[in-house]
Design a protein around this ligand. Structure first.
Ligand SMILES: [Zn+2]
Length: 141
């Protein structure tokens, strides 16, 4: 067998292991492997490396871990969004309603207060109107 063939086989071995080769290429590699200890050893090395990589993939925080974190972040964002879009306006509406109620209450009470204080204010005003302003200023001294 030619030496260049070994290198070609080596390059294809990873695809061979992952089953990504065409039937003809796969057969050629299997044929070569059965008669070449060097390439067979390389294949075993590659296999164990791939297995290690797979194990690492398993131990690594995988896509599910990230999906979980992402979900948690999204859930938090959703909560904030719900708060912003639903609860905040609801609170505003509530505050507004309370404000309106308070306003009406205050309005009702001040109106009553005004009615009583209006008379109290009007009385001295009437006195001032009767009294010329100059005289009033002179009396102050
Ligand atoms: Zn070989």
């Amino acid at each position: 067998m030619k030496t260049t063939n070994h290198n070609q086989i080596h390059k294809k071995l990873i695809f061979y292991l992952e089953g990504q080769l065409a039937e003809l290429e796969r057969q050629q590699i299997e044929e070569h492997l059965s008669g070449c200890g060097r390439c067979a050893a390389y294949l075993n090395e590659l296999k164990s490396t791939l297995l290690l990589l797979d194990e690492n993939k398993m131990n690594e925080p995988g896509p599910y871990f990230y999906a979980g974190v992402k979900n948690r972040i999204q859930a938090r964002r959703l909560k904030t969004a719900i708060f912003r879009r639903v609860l905040q306006p609801a609170l505003l509406v509530l505050l507004l309603a309370m404000g309106v109620r308070f306003g009406v209450w205050v309005g009702n009470h001040t109106r009553i207060d005004l009615q009583s204080s209006e008379q109290a204010v009007l009385v001295p005003f009437d006195d001032l109107a009767e009294e010329p302003i100059e005289e009033f200023l002179l009396n102050l001294k």
